[in-house]
Design a protein. Structure first.
Length: 212
């Protein structure tokens, strides 16, 4: 095998690895959005997205204190006002790898809320640090810094269904693009009566067919 071929393969592997990690990060981001948008936050699911020593730095203008530790974070979000409807619309995402199992990401999104506690909208920036444990499929957020970029006068547009679908799609793609991975993690994503039509028109109907 020539050096050029080896270089091309190395580049392909690096591209797939980066793409897979981006999809994993987006899965976590959209799942986090869903936690705040659901009628009632599932604290167990929300807790799975962060590390034990998770730190959240909240903007001072929000009058909500920053927290350190997973349980402190969950206690703080469980105390948020009831009856609020929230929406997050992702606008930009930039990822920088800072180590074999660590990455930083900058996310901007439009946040909208309406309810008894407040009604308003703003464009926010999240500065995130992720840790990927080799034994886990998704990275966890270790640090999050929230920043208000601009306040907006925009109507509330629900985003829960969209963010759930996007979390599913990015997780699906992350599994497909992990080098050397087996198909078993896809099983929980497939209905028993699944039908998958490939680009050549071939139709698959079972997990074993899709796994192959």
């Amino acid at each position: 095998m020539s050096d050029n071929t080896t270089t091309d393969l190395d580049r392909l592997r690096a591209t797939l690895a980066a793409s897979s990690y981006e999809h994993r990060v987006l899965t976590v981001v959209h799942r986090s959005y869903c936690g705040y948008e659901a009628p009632r936050m599932n604290l167990d699911l929300q807790g799975e997205l962060v590390t034990d020593d998770f730190t959240m730095h909240r903007p001072p203008e929000g009058n909500i204190p920053s927290v350190h530790g997973r349980q402190a974070y969950l206690d703080s979000v469980s105390a948020l006002p009831a009856g609020q409807n929230n929406a997050h619309h992702l606008r930009t995402l930039a990822i920088e790898h800072i180590g074999a199992n660590n990455a930083q990401a900058v996310v901007t999104h439009d946040f909208e809320t309406v309810g008894p506690a407040m009604t308003g909208a703003a464009r926010l920036r999240y500065d995130l640090e992720f840790v990927q444990e080799p034994s886990e499929r998704l990275p966890r957020i270790s640090t999050m810094g929230e920043h208000v970029l601009t306040y907006q006068q925009t109507p509330f547009v629900a985003a829960y269904a969209e963010n759930r679908v996007l979390a599913f799609v990015h997780y699906w793609l992350s599994l497909l693009e992990q080098l050397g991975a087996d198909a078993e993690p896809l099983r929980e994503l497939l209905d028993a009566d699944v039908t998958m039509t490939l680009t050549d028109g071939h139709v698959l109907h079972t997990f074993d067919q899709i796994a192959a």
